[in-house]
Write a protein of this length. Structure first.
Ligand SMILES: [Zn+2]
Length: 269
């Protein structure tokens, strides 16, 4: 009888320990996913690390630096619409001087494959450490880092408009064919990934269609279409109920109410 009791106790202990580990894991993930949630009482310092993978057009780099200031202003303007006085972000740009030695890690195609995701995160951490060293920002204090991996624009058609923003993490990667005409779109995607880091979700369906009303810059606009601006997490500007176009300039960038709620700019039901 004592033996059976002991065995029962052990099984119960094993089950409870498993549950405890599960709860701790969940709590840790939850904490991790929230710890960059800002209370917006201070300006977040954001690094944009330009990683030119080939010889990059000098004009594009100059334009990128100038337009990054405009992006900062645009996001401050958007936040002000929600009654906030603070400048949300201060961007600084660093460049890897001699191009990239190591290729960008490739995200696993199946996000439910835990081992592949772990391997990818490990590779990404190693890659970003190395890039930080080469760009000279390893000791630079910052709240988040966006890596802009820029190919020269000659290989058109390789544009990927979705980067990798680790939701709740601290880094995002955007890979893009960059020439002067692509600078604003590149920065739009940088901001998109930054907002993923801050906890915002995509506002488009898997096929790319904008979610209505969450993906509309101004869901109260009358008439509703064409929308005058592009919602940041929808990536596109809705021109009709089933059609949308890429934004052309940073000035078209809008943070809609759904996204504003997710990042804590709009505290309302
Ligand atoms: Zn996204």
């Amino acid at each position: 009888v004592d033996d059976r009791k002991r065995r029962f106790f052990r099984i119960r202990l094993a089950v409870l320990s498993t549950i405890l580990v599960g709860v701790l894991l969940y709590a840790w993930r939850d904490w991790r996913s929230r710890h960059l949630r800002s209370d917006w009482r201070r300006t977040l310092r954001i690094a944009v690390v330009l990683v030119p993978s080939e010889s990059l057009d000098e004009g594009a780099v100059t334009a990128l630096k100038a337009r990054t200031r405009d992006l900062e202003n645009q996001l401050a303007h958007e936040m002000a619409r929600y009654g906030r006085e603070i400048r949300p972000f201060s961007f600084f740009i660093a460049t890897v001087p001699n191009g990239l030695a190591a290729p960008t890690p490739v995200a696993p195609s199946d996000p439910s494959d835990l081992l592949a995701v772990l391997e990818y995160n490990w590779a990404l951490a190693k890659w970003s450490d190395r890039v930080d060293d080469e760009a000279g920002v390893a000791d630079e204090p910052r709240d988040a880092t966006l890596y802009l991996v820029a190919h020269d624009g000659a290989r058109a058609g390789m544009l990927s408009v979705e980067g990798t923003g680790q939701q709740g993490g601290r880094i995002g990667v955007v890979e893009i064919d960059l020439d002067e005409s692509m600078v604003d779109i590149a920065l739009f995607v940088v901001a998109h990934e930054l907002f993923h880091i801050l906890g915002a979700s995509d506002k488009y369906a898997p096929g790319g269609a904008i979610l209505v009303p969450e993906g509309l810059a101004d869901p109260a606009q009358d008439p509703l279409y064409p929308q005058r601006r592009a919602e940041l997490m929808a990536r596109h500007r809705a021109i009709s109920q089933d059609d949308s176009v890429l934004p052309e300039t940073i000035e078209e960038l809008a943070v809609g109410p759904a996204t504003a709620r997710e990042v804590g700019w709009l505290v309302a039901p």
